[in-house]
Design a protein around this ligand. Structure first.
Ligand SMILES: [Zn+2]
Length: 308
């Protein structure tokens, strides 16, 4: 079995502060691939990485901030049907449901509604291509799931839960702390050849260390608080960065607590040189630390030492 992680995009958003694509990762397992988040540029990045829709098995959404889902509609439309080497068999899309803790949560879209609304918005194009190009009906191929997640603050909130399973991967999740966004999820992929955990967006989170325990690779977000403080952003924005994201030192602490084999920093909020990020994480984590770039590839498991 071969397992490869590709960090398709590594930037936080919604803002363009440099050349990196928005946050998105792919895990390629024996030729099939799994997407985690759909940030700006993920469609082109996946294509450039050699990924084609016909090999897409499932997509996972960590939370519903736009920088994680903005290109989900485009990714599906650009990877659907044989004319584009796209998927013609069912594909699962899994993510958080509605925010039950939000005062207007009943009227705000979760993952399945986000997809349904996108299909409605593009219904003319989809209909044309079904009849004019003999593509399969897109809606009938999508298995969209609002994940049943533990209630925030409940006894189960700190326990992993089942997300997805097929012949190649078993995916579990856990709630992480990304206030005021709820649910915010981290995902763990276990395969016969190794395991990879994606933090999603989170403050430094003990639950994440539970989910990531003993994993081969932890892909963790990081924020440079000094960058934002130095730019004169409003106090509310600075407060969000502080209570909802993790410093590279914190990512190092989580990696050490979990005992992972490798820490990959991605979703980098605020600009800094790679050494700035890695040196701070390395102060708390003895293993290898990578500051991911868009399109970077990491062999997972037995071949991990060949990471480039
Ligand atoms: Zn977020």
């Amino acid at each position: 079995m071969s397992v490869e992680l590709i960090t398709l995009g590594t930037a936080a958003g919604p803002a363009i502060r440099g050349p990196e694509n928005g946050i998105s990762s792919a895990l390629v397992v024996d030729g099939a691939f799994y997407m985690v988040d759909f940030g700006l540029g993920c469609t082109r990045a996946a294509h450039q990485a050699g990924l084609r829709g016909k090999d897409l098995a499932a997509g996972f959404v960590t939370h519903l901030h736009s920088d994680h889902v903005v290109e989900l509609p485009g990714f599906l439309l650009w990877n659907w049907g044989s004319p584009v080497d796209g998927f013609t068999a069912p594909v699962s899309i899994l993510g958080p449901g509605r925010d039950e803790t939000h005062p207007a949560g009943d009227s705000l879209a979760g993952t399945s509604e986000l997809v349904a609304h996108a299909l409605k918005a593009y219904s003319y194009d989809i209909d044309i291509r079904v009849h004019d190009e003999a593509r399969p009906d897109l809606a009938s191929l999508l298995r969209t799931v609002d994940l049943a997640t533990p209630a925030h603050g409940s006894a189960d909130a700190a326990r992993p839960f089942d997300v997805y399973e097929d012949s190649r991967v078993k995916v579990t999740g856990i709630l992480v702390e990304h206030p005021p966004v709820r649910p915010a999820l981290a995902f763990r992929f276990d395969t016969d050849a190794g395991s990879v955990v994606f933090s999603g967006d989170t403050a430094e989170c003990a639950s994440l260390a539970v989910l990531a325990s003993g994993a081969d690779v932890l892909v963790h977000e990081a924020v440079n608080l000094d960058f934002y403080a130095g730019k004169g952003f409003a106090p509310a924005f600075l407060n969000h960065q502080q209570i909802s994201h993790t410093t590279p030192e914190g990512a190092g602490r989580v990696a050490a607590a979990a005992g992972v084999g490798r820490l990959v920093l991605s979703h980098l909020a605020g600009r800094a040189e790679p050494e700035w990020w890695s040196s701070r994480a390395c102060a708390y984590f003895d293993g290898p630390v990578d500051v991911a770039a868009s399109g970077q590839r990491f062999a997972v498991g037995a071949a991990l030492a060949s990471a480039v």
